[in-house]
Write a protein that binds this ligand. Sequence first.
Ligand SMILES: [Zn+2]
Length: 190
Amino acid sequence: MSDILPIVLHPHRALRQVAETVTDVDAAVASTLHTMLETMAQANGIGLAAPQVDINKRLVVIQPEVEGEPGNRKAKSATPPLLMANPEIVAKSDEMIDSEEGCLSIPRVFDVIPRHAWVKVAYVDEHGNPREVEGEELLGRCLQHEIDHLNGVLFIDHLSRLKRDLLAKRYNKILPDFVEDTPYPFTQES
Ligand SMILES: [Zn+2]
């Protein structure tokens, strides 16, 4: 595969599909994960799910140790990224935390979303080994956001209808500027 894949923009059918379980984490799957990682870095993102690059598989990459504000994040390269097949939340806190969230597939709009304060996620790494990771704060939020993508759920779905409508208006207004700037390769057709 090439080093970078175009990121699909909302609304795109790929973002609303339930992604398929990966039955065998082979070299091709590992290669896809690395391509996703390159794509995420190019787009200055902290997480990317396979449906966002129009691949209908349960694959996620995350590099949550970042500095800066949403939309201007900078990865701390010392922290290794998470490359995950079939990630699944196996435990979570009752406590919810509100924080601002955005998405590479819904660029340049952000809103405050409630998420579990802590989650434990089981997954298979790029070598085919079963693993678990626990996350709170930004990592916990990122895990929940990306796993949502695998189920066809977007962060805007967690907003009230009123807020979602307001955000949709902002997004539609902002989108032409984004398309003109082309800060990363994207696909729009739905
Ligand atoms: Zn997203």
